[in-house]
Design a protein around this ligand. Sequence first.
Ligand code: NAP
Ligand code: GDD
Length: 323
Amino acid sequence: MSNKSAVITGITGQDGAYLSKLLLEKGYAVHGVLARRSSDTLWRLRELGIDGEVRLHDGDLTDLSSLIRVLQASGAAEVYNLGAQSFVGSSWQQPILTAQVDGVGALNVLEAVRLVNPQARFYQASTSEMFGLIQADRQDERTPFYPRSPYGVAKVMAHWATVNYRESFGMHASSGILFNHESPLRGIEFVTRKVSDAVARIKLGRQKVLKLGNIDAKRDWGFAGDYVEAMWLMLQQPAADDYVIATGQTTTVRQMCDIAFAHVGLRADDHLEIDPKFMRPAEVDVLLGNPAKAKERLGWEPKTSLAQLITMMVDADMRRLAG
Ligand code: NAP
Ligand code: GDD
């Protein structure tokens, strides 16, 4: 068991909740930056039964002084920067906010670490969205970036800031380039959870139609619970580095829908409708990661198949709606 202390930005998000649970199980004192909202954002921590075990500090990624205060109060040896405006679709409507939170916000966390405890280990939540218009069939750590959204652009800045602080100041700063990862705690705006929730509603007779955008898009989808283990492993290495975390399989949105509907004995074709409202100004057509480096150096491999993931999500939404 560890007696370390960790700070997580984005602790109320999907990954923040799973990472908190993992670190608590390992004996860490877990501190989180809580960006004040008018509505309840603690539901994920409650679902995992850990809302009373983490220590929450008011703060915001756009407010450097609040980040400095959290790092001073926590004495953190590890800092995980998971906070972000993470919905790609919204980033065209809020490009400046997205840049401030996802790009400059990461720089604020790096600066806070440099000022308070430059020996602390830092994790940046980078993303396969940085590959955008893909420059290689299977994307790995050496594949050039070509972001296709304001979100991807902001994340490229944060990624390079992480590399730069490692090279400039010798900080233990790692960037995890994670491909899409989902769970029953996924936000309802993302396509897998939109589908699992709709399938449950349709099965229970509360909805008839599911409206989607580009169902030919392909994603490399894994389970968030598996992916947070990779984040922790990166910070346990003697030297900081960048790692692609993915399953190495890619699937269309349409095929993912087929799995979800079939799980409750329905046919996707009977319920799907295409609505141009959900199309994006520029699309990332296909993502497919090569996680060979993570396997070799971290000993990390995904444990959950797409079918297991999607059925887990549909079952969770059936339970929520029935309850
Ligand atoms: P998420 O569920 O959307 O969580 C985002 C978190 O960031 C929430 O806790 C949110 O707080 C917080 N946040 C938003 N604006 C903030 C601000 N101004 N100051 C402080 N905190 C703020 O995202 P996720 O799926 O857990 O993803 C975690 C990270 O990994 C994100 O950086 C995302 O971009 C990145 N990523 C995700 C995936 C994926 O497939 N899930 C893949 C690659 C990279 P509220 O709860 O108050 O809104
Ligand atoms: N959200 C959504 N809603 N997406 C749809 C819909 C719909 O109705 N219909 C089709 N899609 C397509 C999107 O156009 C995209 O090609 C794909 O489904 C996945 O969309 P999202 O689930 O919103 O995820 P994302 O790939 O844009 O972004 C997620 O993964 C990134 C990693 O690649 C987010 O978690 C990002 O934060 C993350 O960085």
